[in-house]
Structures are given as C-alpha cells and as structure tokens.
Design a protein around this ligand. Sequence first.
Ligand code: XIL
Length: 350
Amino acid sequence: MRRWAAAAAAGIILIVAAGLVARALRDDAKLTLPAGVPTPAPGTYARPLGVAVRLDASRSDAVYARGWLEHYTSVTPENELKWEIVEPREGEFDFAKADAIVRAARRAGKRVRGHTLTWDIQLPGWLTSRTWSAREMEDILRTHVRRVVGHFRGRIAQWDVVNEPLDTDGSLTRSVFAQALGERFVDIAFDAAHRADPRARLFLNEIASELPSAKQDALVALARRLVARGVPIDGVGLQDHTTADAAPTQAILSRDIARFARLGLDVEFTELDVGVRPGMPLDAAHLAAQARGYAAAAAACRAARACTGVTVWGVDDKWSWLGPQWRATPYAADGTPKPAAAALRRALRP
Ligand code: XIL
C-alpha cells in the first residue's frame, strides 16, 4: 500500500515537473510586444532598414520593443542565433530564443537576417576545448548549418553564413573551423546553408573592412575565389562599426560596394553604428557628425543597385553593445530620436 502511494506521489511530481518544463520552454518561445504600435510597411524605405534586436531587452523594456517595431523594416537577432545559444551541447539544438524574435518580427511584417552560422566568438565550450580532424569538423559544421538554416527555412531571408573570417592583416583567422579545414570551411558552410534553404540569400560578413586596407583587399580576393569556385554566395556584409570622428564617407562606401558588385555580389551594411567618444559632449556638432556617418552608409546603399539593405546595430543607446557611454545608435537611452534617425530615413526615402 505504502509502495503504491510512494509510486503515485512520484508520478504526480514527475507530471508536474514535466508540465513546468514544458511551460518554461513555451514561454521562452514567446515574445509579447506592446500593442498598437504602428509599424512601417516593407516599402517605407528605399531599402530594408534593419536593426539588431535582443530578446532580453525586448521583454523587459517597452521603450526598446516599441523602438524596433516602430522604426525598422528588418530585424537581426543580436545574439540569439549564435552557436553557443543554438547548439550549447553537441547535437542538441535550442531555437527557443531565436524563434521568439523571429516570430514576433515576422508577425510585424519585418524581414529577418540570420546572424551568424560560423564565427570564432560566442562558441560553446564543447566545440573550442579540443581540436578536430578535418572530417570531424566538416561533419560538425554541416550538421550545425543544416539544422539551424533548416529550422528557419522560408522564414529567414538572409544568413551571415561566415562572420569575420579574416584578421587585420588579411590572413585567415585561426578559428576552430579554419584550423581543421583551412579556407575550405567557408565553402562547406555556404554549401550546407544553400542545401538547407535554397532561397535564402547567403552572405560573407566582415568587420573593419570599410576603409581601403589589406583586410579589404583580402576580403575582395576571398569573395572572388568563392565566386570562381562556384560557392553559392550571394553577397558581402560590411559591418561598419564606426565613430562620428572617423566615419567613412559616402564616396568611400560607394567604392566599397562597387568592388563587390563587380563580382556580381550584393552588399549590405549589416551592423552600422556611429559612436561618439565617451567624454565628448553630445552637442549639436557631434550629433550632426553622427548623423552624417549614418547618412553616408544609407545614401551609398540607396545609390547602388547592388546594395540590398542597411542594418543598425542596436535599438537605442541604453542597450547598445558598446555601452550607453558611446551613444552609438540613432536613439537616445530613453528612446528619443537623435538627428541620425531622421538622416537615415531621409537618405532612404523611396
Ligand atoms: C555583439 C553583440 O552585440 C553583443 O551583445 C555580444 O555580447 C557580442 O557580440 N560583430 C558581430 C556581432 O558580428 O555579432 C557582434 O555583436 C558585434 C561585432
């Protein structure tokens, strides 16, 4: 009798626990946004105007959630698709956080960019704590890309398939992927992504390549080799994290776009932000310089058929990855627009 009672109690505890876990998972997959916020129709700007969005901030800060709903037509999950979150243990995939953003963004009519399938940062310990043979790594890479891109097939319009493959001197960064496979890891990642969603646009994304440099030359050369090898690459993403006092001009950015357009590739500014150095006053002059930095990228994109979008890296200064002291986004910490917000819209009017 007592044994029956114990078994029954254990059963009930199990059922309740399973219910709690299921609910937690469901909640994780949900993002409820503020109601009644007007969102721009897809054709509001001459190109999709995107923004990097964080799930935690979208849940806890209504000003933030309202900000991305109201001002942008494209969304990039800022961290939620990175390897450490999506495949924290080998072969175990967790899409709850990314799904929450992707569903909410699509419900609001926004295009979604997927960031990122391979990068040497924000990787899980299981992947970085040992070395892998070429065959093992090809297997790991193909499985990851197939599962992630496959999960979002038809819902994520573009992927940053490879992020930041190059060092400052233009050589291949010695990531776990490159160590096992050399440059071939790039081909494999693109091939796997294309197989998993043949309609998704596939990008090579790089940081600090906007100004003429050895790195920019190496990026052009890499893109050219990929095209020559028949790798299914559609475009190159230029991140363009910059500062008000050193932002590339429209002319420079137009030349950047042309270098890749000549290879038959699209270009997007994928992670634009224009910081004002901490300690500098946020006066009219700095605000104007910041606005010029933003407008330069938007106008260069607007002027080139090959440029398919501009994404700002962060909704407002409060949540910017650089910290609020850099004041790097077009919206202040309280969500009020700076001149950069209007400058972006003006440069991208249809
Ligand atoms: C950053 C995120 O914004 C941060 O929240 C995170 O802690 C680190 O990564 N280049 C990239 C982005 O490709 O993924 C980075 O995003 C910023 C630099």
